[in-house]
Design a protein around this ligand. Structure first.
Ligand code: GLU
Length: 298
């Protein structure tokens, strides 16, 4: 496996607080190691702090034994982080409170649609524009009458909570539009509108990644968000949530995803080797750090 990941761009802001925030849906692989080492290296360089957060709100996909394995594997790699580790599943009330603040301002509405219904509506609308997470929601449940909404809620129909994007932008968009600071790149424009009415609480999980990640970065005082560049488009939505909820704006450092010798992204579904299998195959921590793009100690 080639070490193709670049080292972090200097210089991080002095005293930066970074974090690695995996979802324990499987064993960590080299791509995760790269991300963790990237965040750790930037915190060390900044003379700052490094946190680990377990993003386990989705009980159907996350397993406690994988969360245990995350800590074992990172320790074996030579990383250390502050304790206690925040586990999102233990704090669902925090996310509910943030949702309530948005709901009180009329920025959320219940959505009763099934995936199939949404797909049918999108298809019927012809060439719907593609948002960062697929076609934006066509707004069916935004147009329900108050009486129908109450009736369905009263019946206990399962529903998600969606952000009314137009209302949210009317309330929070700055005159010049949203932007964020990307380490080494300066300020980048960021438009959340293409996300449309995003889900902030799912039918099966009463919160969403976007809400929880912004909540926790604010709560934990993360000042430098380090993560893979696959999440860079999500930053536009995160800036909107931060503005709506009065949370501070961190600096961002998105790293290119680690690729194999053939240039393919390392992902679990493509059979990327887990750190555990590398270790069991006789590789030491220094070896694996090098494979993950961080030779030597950071
Ligand atoms: N939990 C997310 C993931 O595993 C990462 C969240 C983030 O770094 O913003 O993809």
């Amino acid at each position: 496996m080639a070490a193709t990941g670049p080292l972090p761009p200097p210089p991080p802001p002095a005293g930066a607080v970074t974090r690695f925030a995996p979802s324990p849906t499987g064993l960590l692989h080299l791509g995760h190691a790269h991300s963790a080492l990237f965040g750790h290296a930037l915190a060390r360089r900044a003379g700052g702090r490094f946190l680990l957060r377990i993003e386990d709100i989705d009980a159907s996909r996350c397993r406690p034994e994988y969360a245990v394995a995350v800590e074992e594997d990172l320790t074996w790699l030579g990383l250390a982080w502050e304790r206690p580790v925040r586990r999102q599943s233990e704090h669902m009330g925090d996310y509910r409170a943030a949702l309530d603040r948005l709901a009180l301002r009329g920025l959320l509405y219940p959505c009763f649609c099934t995936r199939a219904e949404i797909a049918r509506e999108v298809a019927a609308a012809g060439h719907a524009p593609h948002g960062p997470e697929g076609p934006p929601y066509p707004g069916t449940c935004r147009r329900l009458s108050p009486a129908e909404r109450e009736a369905r809620l009263g019946r206990g129909d399962p529903h998600a909570l969606r952000l009314d994007m137009a209302a949210a932008l009317a309330e929070a968009a700055p005159a010049g539009g949203f932007s964020f600071g990307e380490l080494g790149e300066g300020r980048l424009a960021a438009d959340p509108a293409p996300f449309g009415d995003v889900v902030l609480a799912r039918k099966d999980v009463p919160a969403s990644y976007h809400l929880c990640v912004c909540h926790d970065d604010a709560l934990q005082g993360v000042t430098l968000v380090t993560r893979g560049e696959d999440l860079k488009p999500a930053t536009a939505l995160h800036r909107l949530l931060q503005a709506l909820l009065g949370w501070p704006e961190p600096v961002y450092a998105h790293h290119p995803l680690l690729v194999d010798a053939a240039g393919r992204r390392l992902a679990k579904r493509d059979g990327a080797p887990s750190l555990r299998s590398l270790r069991e195959g006789g590789h030491g921590p220094a070896d694996v750090r090098a494979m993950a793009g961080f030779p030597g100690r950071d």
